[in-house]
Design a protein. Structure first.
Length: 227
């Protein structure tokens, strides 16, 4: 197993030894919503090569963060999933995501995976905006389906049958992110065929306002001493 040594007993230093390699934390992000095949991981991480993904998965397996197993018949496919301890990394992903969203140089228009879009909703949810909301929102994003449940100011979102929800949103995750974070009018996305909303439209229109982005941090110019 490849090792990185900082000669430092700090937990943060050891965390970097565990997941500090390039792509490692994003592999974890892609697995937070459940097991995935190698090909599905590559779809969610289009910038990674097959060799590098293989290396990261092997490293994370050796560190007890990820486990590889074979699905029962009729699937009989090999998948990767997070161990119970690996799943605890969700808080790391969420804290880093909230912190980095304040970066003056963050570009939200870049491509985003389905898993990243769903995890962003877990991350940015503002419970104070949802105190009086109840209902289920189904998402069909490509081949993947999710259900978000609102109750008592809480949000749970995970894999599930979208058709069982009060409103079903079908389309592209990039368009969904644009509606939630980019202020793109829902009607515009529907007209373009990027999203299709069926069911309780008013519920979804309220839902997309539950994820405010944090205020941007000052850029570097704000800290430069006057000449």
């Amino acid at each position: 197993m490849k090792k990185r040594f900082y000669d430092d007993a700090c937990g943060a230093a050891h965390a970097l030894e565990l997941v500090g390699d390039r792509w490692a934390l994003l592999v974890i992000r892609e697995l937070l919503l459940g097991p995935k095949r190698f090909s599905d991981l590559r779809t969610g991480l289009p910038g990674i090569s097959a060799n590098v993904l293989t290396q990261r998965l092997e490293d994370l397996e050796a560190k007890a963060v990820v486990v590889r197993r074979k699905l029962p018949p009729p699937a009989s496919a090999w998948v990767y999933e997070l161990t119970p301890w690996g799943l605890e990394a969700e808080e790391i992903v969420k804290v880093i995501g909230r912190w980095a969203a304040r970066s003056p140089s963050h570009d939200p228009s870049l491509p985003i995976s389905v898993s990243s879009t769903v995890m962003s909703m877990r991350t940015m949810f503002a419970p104070e905006r949802a105190k009086d909301m109840t209902g289920k929102i189904g998402f069909r994003l490509g081949r993947e389906e999710f259900v978000a449940t609102l109750a008592k100011g809480r949000l749970t979102i995970g894999r599930g049958a979208a058709d069982e929800a009060d409103v079903v949103v079908e389309g592209d995750q990039q368009a969904l992110a644009g509606a939630i974070y980019g202020g793109v009018p829902l009607a515009k996305l529907e007209k373009a065929g990027a999203l299709n909303v069926k069911g309780d439209r008013a519920l979804f229109e309220r839902y997309i306002r539950l994820f405010p982005l944090p205020e941007k941090a000052p850029d570097a110019k704000a800290f430069r001493a006057p000449e």
